[in-house]
Design a protein around this ligand. Sequence first.
Ligand code: SF4
Ligand code: SF4
Length: 477
Amino acid sequence: MTDKIPTTEVESKPKKQYIDLYEAGSNKIYTRKVKGFYQRLRRYTGIPLLLGFMLLPWFNIEGRQAVLFDLPERKFHILWTTFWPQDFMLLAWLLIIAAFTLFTVTVLVGRVWCGFTCPQTVWTLMFIWAEDKCEGDRNARIKLDKAPWSFTKFRKKAAKHGLWFLISFITGLTFIGYFYGVKDLTVDLFTFNAHPAGAFWVFFFAAATYGNAGFLREQVCKYMCPYARFQSVMYDRDTMLVTYDEARGESRGKRKAREDYKAKGLGDCIDCGWCVQVCPVDIDIRDGLQYECIDCGLCADACDSVMDRMKYPRGLIRFTTQDSMETGETHVLRPRFIGYVVAVCLMIGLFAYTVGTRTPLGVDVIRDRGAKLFRETPEYIENVYMVKINNMGRGESYFSVDVQADETGESPSDYRMKKKYRAYLEEGEIFSLPVSVRIDRDKLNSTKSTIYFVVEAEDDETVHAIQKASFIGPAPK
Ligand code: SF4
Ligand code: SF4
C-alpha cells in the first residue's frame, strides 16, 4: 500500500525547495593508495608547480622580490619587468592566451589540467598524503572513522589536522606574500606587527585551503568549478580520455585463478572495484564518460596492477580516443585542434612582440588651457603645452623633451623648444612639465599644423616616446 500525500490546508501550500550544494558525511570518499605511471606523472607535474609557487617569492631580482604585486603603489613586478595599471590590457591578453591554451590541451588530451596540475588537485593530493601518513591506508581510515573516540583516535586526528593546518598556513602566507612581500610578511606575522588586512587575508586563504583540500575536495570539481561544466563541448572523437574498454572487459565477473573465463562468457574485468576505490571523484569509469571524471588516470593505474596480477594484458582502462576504440585510428591533426594551435601561436607572438617593444615611459601632451591659443611677436609664434611624463621603468632618470616635424624625426624641423627642457623623475613618478614651442613667423605656413614631441631618458636612448600635438598660429602672411 502506498502512503497518501496529506491534503490538509497547511500542507497543500507551496513549499520552498532547497538544494544542498554540499554533499556531507555519508559520501565521504576514502581513496585507496595506488602506484603506477599516472600516479608518478601526477607527482612529477605537481611538485615543480608547487615548488615554483612556494619558492618564487623568496627570490630577488635587482634587489626586489622576483614577483611582487604591489597594490598600494600600483606596480606589478614580474621578474625583470614592472607593469603598471596602464598595462592592464596585457594582463587581459595573458588570461585569454591561458584560456585558449587550456582549450587546445583539452581538445587533444581531455581534462589533464584537472587531473594533473590544477591547484585543487595538487593540494588535495598533499592533504591525502598527510591523511595517509597520520591515519593509515584506506581500510585503516574507514575503521578509524567508525571507531568510538579514544586517545589513539584523537592523536591521529590531531596530527592530521595539525599537518593540514601547517600546509594551509604556508599556502596562505605564500599567496599573500606575492602582494605584501613574503619576507616582510613572515617577519611581521611572527612579531605581531603585520598590517591587519595582510594578516586577515593570510588566515582567510589558509582557511579556504583547509576547507577546499580537506573537506570539499571532489565537490569543488563536481559542483563549483565552471570548467567542469563546459569542457565536454571541446571534446571530439579524437580527444584522448581515460576510457574503459567495454568490449574487452564485459561481461565482468569474479573467476577462479587459471580458469577458462572466456569459455564462461566473461571478459577481462574481474569486478574487483579497485578502479572505483582509487577514484578521487568517486565514479565508476566502467559506466562510460562522465562529466565528473578529471582524467587523472588513477583508475588506469589500479586496473593495470590488477591485470598484472591476473597475468592479463594491461590497458583495460587506458587513455585512448573514441575513434581509436572503434576504428583503431586516431587523428591528431584535425581542423579544431589546428585552429586552436594557430590561434594560440598568433596570440603568443603578438603578446611577445607587444611586451618586447613596450616602452616603460608614458607621455601625454595637452595644450595649456590657462594660456592663449598662441602668443605672437614680430619674430615668432609660440604655443604652450603641458607634457605629462610617467616613468614606468625601474629606477630614476632624467628625461629630456624635444620637438620634431614628423614622426621619424628625419625631416628638418622649423619648430624649436623655447629652451632645453628636462625633468628628473623617480621610479613610478608622474610629472607635468610646461613647455613652449616656437616657430619663426616667416616659416609658419598654416593656421594649424602637426608637431611631434619626443621624450627620451637621458641615460638610455631606447627609452623614448613620441606624442603628436597641434600647433596653432595666425593666418600666414
Ligand atoms: S580495476 Fe579493472 S578489473 Fe577491477 S573492476 Fe576496475 S576495470 Fe574491472
Ligand atoms: S574515473 Fe579514473 S580518470 Fe576519471 S577521475 Fe576517476 S580515477 Fe580519475
